[in-house]
Design a protein around this ligand. Structure first.
Ligand SMILES: Nc1ncnc2c1ncn2[C@@H]1O[C@H](COP(=O)(O)OP(=O)(O)OP(=O)(O)O)[C@@H](O)[C@H]1O
Ligand SMILES: CC(=O)N[C@H]1[C@@H]2OC[C@@H](O2)[C@@H](O)[C@@H]1O[C@H](C)C(=O)O
Length: 398
């Protein structure tokens, strides 16, 4: 028997596994690395976050990814090269992180690698029914496995698409297994580049669990700051806080058909980009708006899309608690707008549920790998319009 098949079999039979989850999202800010101790599987899963850190990308690496990111036309030679380079870079960053934490690579059972989404193409975006929903993540798992010496599970989204989903949001599976509560209906809102949430109804309210993207999180604000202000982000909303929300522009930004689509749905910077903003400014007659007012309006746009989506969930059930994770939690104006838009609703940090908010997505990929190796598709049954599947491809280091 191949020694890694034997090793994998042994790992699958363990009571407790040490699994690293990696996430590099649509913000392109860096690689999130979460070292998790996972006990059990399915509804009996317990996840303990042992270490977490984000390694910021260098400008050079980020710019190389940007060359192919969310673009319809790209240099195929660059894209092909990046598939390997992203895998090797992520593997190298894991090696550095493990060394800093004093954890030998051979003690880690599995590595769960999301890779880097470079294009997300649900039919709702393309309008082309001859092609299924499709999505592409680069950073090949073989490169990660060979670089780290750790058995790697990667490319999670393809199975979701193959089984009828849109390839996202996958957080639903971990949210469902770890955070469902018998008494409290919860909305787990992650504000990354794109904002998405998982709705976890309390046991007896007869509503399905589902996860959906809701619109831009930080991506439009980041893109504007980078293109117009030469800064990576609007740190602590310093710029947006000095501006005034422009109502005609906000209404135009919110008028896209995407927002009227039923849940669940997915999106990305393929739609929410600076062209989207330019078109809206043109339509609303606000081309000359000050930079501060544009930023204030973009912040209100992300918040309003979230508020509208939460309100839609709440129509039949008034009692929900919203728990926020992701980088948007650090934007005080965005959080204020969301709270003001949801009077009477408890809007809390994800900390309250016992997991570091910035680590949530990376940790949930570790859980997905755990389920693929030790679990069963049946455990993730019951998520609306999300197939019951175990996801990811397995790469051996040799
Ligand atoms: N102090 C801060 N002030 C304002 N915004 C912040 C702050 N810290 C982080 N952010 C925002 O959070 C973003 C990073 O969020 P996060 O790491 O959750 O995104 P991601 O994982 O790449 O996205 P996705 O969930 O879409 O895959 C930054 O690009 C920035 O816009
Ligand atoms: C295609 C893709 O990479 N989608 C991401 C993106 O970033 C946020 C949102 O859009 C979410 O749907 C998804 O990531 C998270 C981790 C998910 O699948 O749950």
């Amino acid at each position: 028997m191949n020694k890694y098949v034997e090793k994998l079999y042994a790992i699958a039979g363990k009571e407790t596994r040490l699994i690293i989850g990696l996430m590099s999202g649509t913000s392109l800010d860096g690689l999130d690395v979460a070292l998790c101790r996972i006990t059990g599987y399915g509804k009996e899963t317990a996840l303990e976050l042992l270490q977490f850190d984000t390694t910021p990308y260098t400008d050079e690496f980020r710019n190389r990814i940007r060359e192919v990111f969310a673009k319809r036309e790209v240099d195929q030679q660059l894209l092909t090269g990046l598939h390997a380079v992203v895998g090797r870079t992520h593997g190298g960053l894991v090696n550095e992180m493990l060394a800093a934490w004093g954890v030998p690579n051979h003690e880690v059972d599995l590595l769960a690698s999301h890779g880097q989404t470079v294009y997300h193409a649900p039919q709702s975006l393309t309008g082309n029914l001859e092609y299924p929903n499709s999505t592409l993540q680069i950073g090949d798992g073989d490169h990660v496995a060979v670089t780290t010496g750790i058995i790697t599970v990667s490319d999670f989204r393809q199975k979701h698409v193959a089984a009828g989903g849109e390839g996202a949001p996958l957080a639903a599976y971990g949210d469902h297994l770890l955070f469902t509560d018998g008494l409290e209906t919860r909305i787990l809102l992650n504000i990354g580049g794109i904002a998405n949430f998982t709705c976890l109804p309390a046991g007896n309210i007869g509503m399905p669990c589902f996860a959906t993207d809701v619109g831009p999180g930080n991506t439009l604000m980041d893109q504007y700051m980078q293109a117009v202000m030469g800064q990576a982000m609007d740190k602590d909303a310093a710029i947006a806080s000095a501006g005034v929300v422009n109502r005609p522009l906000l209404d135009t930004l919110l008028s896209h058909d995407f927002f009227a689509l039923p849940f669940p749905k997915t999106t990305g910077p393929e739609l929410f980009n600076l062209q989207y903003l330019a078109d809206a400014q043109h339509k609303a007659g606000t081309v000359g708006l000050s930079k501060h007012d544009v930023m204030a309006t973009l912040c209100a746009f992300s918040a309003s899309a979230i508020v509208q989506a939460v309100n839609r969930v709440m129509e039949p059930h008034r009692q929900v608690k919203v728990y926020i994770s992701g980088g948007g939690l650090h934007n005080p104006l965005l959080v204020r707008f969301i709270k003001e838009g949801l009077p009477g609703v408890s809007v809390l940090s994800f900390d309250e549920l016992g997991l570091v908010p910035d680590a949530k997505e990376a940790a949930l990929f570790a859980l997905l790998a755990n389920e693929t190796v030790a679990g069963d598709a049946i455990h993730v049954n019951g998520i609306m319009n999300s197939p019951a599947v175990c996801m990811g491809k397995i790469s051996f280091p040799e």
